[in-house]
Design a protein around this ligand. Sequence first.
Ligand SMILES: [Zn+2]
Length: 460
Amino acid sequence: MSVFVPKSSVEGIVWPSLPGRRVTAILAILFQLEHSQWWPSEKIRGLQFRQLGRLLVHAYRTVPFYRERLRKAGLTAKAPLTPEQWAGIPLLQRQDIQAAGPALHSTRVPDGHGKVSTIFTSGSTGKPIGSLRTELTGLFWESFTLRDHLWHRRDPTQKLAAIRSAKEGVSPYPDGSVGRWGFGSDAIFNAAPAISLNINCTVEQQVEWLQRQNPAYLLTFPSNVLRLANHCLEKGIKLRNLRQVQAISEVLGAEIRAACRQAWGVPVIDLYSSREVGYMALQCPDHEHHHVQAEGVLVEIVDDRGRACAPGEVGKVVVTPLHNFAMPLLRYEIGDYAEVGESCSCGRGLPVLRRILGRVQNMVVLPSGERHWTLLSSENIGAFLDIAPIRQYQFVQKNLQSIESRLVVERDLTPEEEDRLRKWIVNKLGHPFEVTFTYHEEIARSASGKYQDFISEVET
Ligand SMILES: [Zn+2]
């Protein structure tokens, strides 16, 4: 592990260091996380409810949407909050967020929470929403990122290679681009540079780049990991320095862990996060299941009748970020399913999720044979929502020339809106496809429980 001496901000002081305000705040959170992970689950839950009580009072007083909803549920701004009262709050659906718009924004974010910014996401169900976050939620994000590094004994002084979605022309082959591990790692561990490559490079290009860069860590989508591992197995290519693969943004299947062990002899470490909520669960340091990040979020797994699932049962994931005072999301049904696990033998009191069912991605296939990833960025979704009031989407590539765009919309679209959408889709997918539109009440997930926002029916 690297030397744990943050950069000092006080003249003449090197060690022990006195870092600046933001790093100090992250370290203060991290110090508490190091202890709280070992507490009994009841103690953690008790503190979660104290924090939830404060969030609820804030939501009642400053968020128009909740004043109404909490009053109907028989809750006012009176603490303390009991689990029974909490269970009476209706689940918040993505459609509610879409319909509420600014009525879900706090009219008075406390000063200490810092600047507010907007992020767009379509989550795991193709239903786009805009949400707010604060500088303070950013501090928690950094702290959980560092916890993940500590849990999985990463050494940030080693090279990290990330292969992710990027705009055309960004992080291109053969060089990619040079970035950072992240604010916290840079400030605290004096991290090595992190390098990036655009995920739309071919498998051959990605593998050649990885061989040349020889990183210790690889971060990418599970479905991309599988392609890389299979390619390396086929060609007998080893990545000599590789210690660990980090999986983001998609469901991680057991076959992917097996392929990585076989191809490179390394483990895959999974995490479960979303743009609007932050970290929900991290993989246990000793097992392949996940621990809920209970200091940052309340995660409830509920059945169709809204009752809490027992270990071994699969239910809807319902999340409440504890610290987002700009746009409180109370009992938010994020659109994924998970199986509740038994308490973990590692000794941590953080709740266990045995497996998570979320999003899988497909690639679009162009007539040239090129294949591109289709995940929409926050910016993409912002632009998309500017064109028309879209509530859910799913794109289906029917053949090499045509795309069916399945939409759930708030009202009928005008021909001009369809036309603008058509141009947007063609531009995003990188080929002048013929684009047709079909309209639906709701777009369902596949039989396996996974939602695909892009489906390719092209045989390859
Ligand atoms: Zn554990």
